[in-house]
Design a protein around this ligand. Structure first.
Ligand SMILES: Nc1ncnc2c1ncn2[C@@H]1O[C@H](COP(=O)(O)OP(=O)(O)O)[C@@H](O)[C@H]1O
Ligand SMILES: [Mg+2]
Length: 225
C-alpha cells in the first residue's frame, strides 16, 4: 500500500530551514494496521500530510498503491487522494451547522454522487458506526466520541483503501477512546489498511506494528506482544 524511500521534508529556506523528516524508509502492506509513535515535534503530522497527499515531500520516493506520487501534479494528487484515502483527525473537523448526515454526505458532493444516493450512503455509514439514530444531530448535540464516529463515517464515503488517522483519540477520555479504537479495529478486520499516529502507547498497542519516530527519523520498529 505504502512504500517510502529516504523521504525528507524541509520547512522554510536558508538560515530558517528546518528538516522535519530526515530520510525515512518503510513499507505498509495491504491490510496492515500500523501505528506511528513518537514525542511531540518528531515529524508525525508532517509524515501523515505527505502520505495523505496533502503536502509535498522535499526529497525521496513515495509509492502509494504502486504509483510514484512525487511526480503527480495537484489535480492528479487530489483525484488520487479522493479515491484512495480517508482521513480522521484529532479535532474531528466537522462543520458545526451541518447535521451528521450532511457532514458525512459532503465529500460525495465533490465526487458527483446524486443527492439521494449521497444521503442513503451517509445514513448507512452512520448506522455502521453506531449513529443510526443521530442522523439529524449537529456536532454540538453530540458527545466527543460520537463526533469522532461521524468523522470516521465521513472518512469512509469514497470507499478508501487506506485510512490515515492523526491522534484520533487525542481529544477523547479513555472509555470513549476504547470505543473509537474498537471501531478502527472493526474496519481493519474488514480489510482496511490503517496508519495511525499517536503518542499514546496504549493506542499503539492496538496496531500490528509500531514505527517509532524521533527527531524526524524512524528509529525503531516493533510488533507489540
Ligand atoms: N509549516 C511548518 N513550518 C515550519 N516548521 C514546521 C511546520 N510544520 C511543522 N513544523 C515543524 O516540524 C517539526 C515536526 O512537526 P510535526 O510534524 O507537526 O510533529 P508532530 O506531529 O510529531 O508533533 C516541528 O519542529 C514543527 O515545529
Ligand atoms: Mg502532530
Amino acid at each position: 500500500m505504502i512504500e517510502v524511500q529516504d523521504l525528507r521534508k524541509t520547512y522554510g529556506q536558508g538560515a530558517e530551514a528546518f528538516e522535519a523528516l530526515r530520510g525515512v524508509s518503510f513499507r505498509v502492506e495491504d491490510g496492515e494496521f500500523v501505528a506511528v509513535m513518537g514525542p511531540s515535534g518528531c515529524g508525525k503530522s508532517t509524515l501523515l500530510a505527505i502520505l495523505g497527499l496533502l503536502d509535498h515531500s522535499s526529497a525521496g520516493s513515495y509509492r502509494l498503491k504502486g504509483r510514484e506520487v512525487s511526480g503527480l501534479d495537484d489535480t492528479e494528487r487530489t483525484l488520487f487522494r479522493r479515491e484512495t484515502i480517508g482521513f480522521v483527525f484529532q479535532s474531528f473537523n466537522l462543520l458545526p451547522r451541518m447535521t451528521s448526515l450532511e457532514n458525512v454526505a459532503l465529500p460525495m458532493t465533490y465526487a458527483n454522487v446524486h443527492r439521494r444516493e449521497r444521503r442513503q450512503r451517509a445514513a448507512e455509514l452512520l448506522t455502521k458506526v453506531g449513529l443510526g439514530d443521530k442522523l439529524k444531530r449537529t456536532p454540538l448535540e453530540l458527545s466527543g466520541g460520537q463526533r469522532q464516529r461521524v468523522s470516521v463515517a465521513r472518512s469512509l464515503v469514497n470507499r478508501p483503501a487506506l485510512m490515515l488517522a492523526d491522534e484520533p483519540t487525542g481529544n477523547l477520555d479513555s472509555k470513549t477512546s476504547l470505543e473509537i479504537l474498537d471501531l478502527l479495529g472493526q474496519l481493519h478486520a474488514e480489510g482496511m489498511t490503517i496508519l495511525l499516529v499517536t503518542h499514546d502507547s496504549r493506542v499503539a498497542a492496538r496496531a500490528q506494528r509500531v514505527l517509532h519516530f524521533s527527531d524526524g527519523l524512524l528509529v525503531k520498529e516493533e510488533a507489540p506482544s
